[in-house]
Design a protein around this ligand. Structure first.
Ligand code: BG6
Ligand code: MG
Length: 223
């Protein structure tokens, strides 16, 4: 039976997927690189330097390590300018209630975020205390779609991966959840999240009872 729900942060709990996207877009424009919706979708869930590597696929030359660090710092400055002003208003609709409902059902709550800004964001939005265990990019070696981050969250919660449900807005995140042996709930457009067992438009549509009624999270999710 289901024992824990592990949430992604950006684009699931916090309204920050658009902020990351805008910061990358600004950088791309400034250095003359192409940026469109599909590229933005590919960057979701991927860590900072990994995202930059994807962006630089559109460049006609190679960049030194030093240049790459400067560019990723610049993107992070653009992102930080925005989230410095963030507060509980930037929680996505239903996010607080969804997390609270998991706790109220007696399950553990985990966070698996690829963002090094996750601790700051959780503080600003006032929800750091809602999680039993938090894994951010600083605690792991391999980025989503590698399963490491969701496996680390399950281990930290003391729950077997097969008893966890992962919640993600990025294709790379759904792949990470599945590689960890967990069932996945996608948040967003079904077209971008075709691999997830179920897709919801947002956490305001999340009902924990739909997932705890079965011995197999998979079956409950599919049903
Ligand atoms: C992920 C976001 O959660 O974190 C990505 O989906 C972002 O868009 C990544 O690039 C890394 O974030 P940060 O804050 O460490 O640059
Ligand atoms: Mg995300």
């Amino acid at each position: 039976p289901l024992q824990a729900v592990i949430f992604d942060l950006d684009g699931v709990i916090a309204d920050t997927a658009v902020v990351h996207d805008a910061a990358w877009r600004k950088l791309a424009t400034e250095i003359g690189l192409p940026f469109d919706r599909q590229l933005g979708e590919r960057l979701k869930g991927v860590d900072r330097l990994g995202s930059l590597e994807i962006l630089l696929e559109g460049a006609g030359r190679s960049y030194s390590q030093q240049e790459k660090l400067a560019l990723s710092d610049r993107k992070n400055d653009y992102y930080r300018e925005q989230i410095e002003r963030f507060g509980p208003e930037q929680l996505l609709p239903g996010a607080h209630e969804a997390i609270a409902s998991v706790r109220a059902a007696g399950l553990k709550v985990g966070l698996a975020s690829a963002s090094r800004n996750a601790p700051l964001l959780l503080e600003r939005m006032g929800i750091a205390g809602l999680f039993d265990y938090i894994v951010d990019a600083a605690n792991i070696q391999r980025s989503k779609p590698d399963p490491e981050i969701f496996l680390a969250a399950a281990a930290g919660l003391g729950v077997p991966p097969a008893a966890c449900l992962g919640v993600e807005d990025a294709a790379a995140g759904i792949a990470s959840i599945h590689a960890a042996g967990m069932a996945a709930v996608g948040i967003g457009q079904p077209a971008a999240l075709a691999q997830a067992e179920t897709v919801l438009s947002g956490l305001d549509a999340f009902r924990i009872d739909d997932f705890i009624s079965s011995e197999e999270p998979w079956l409950a999710v599919a049903g």
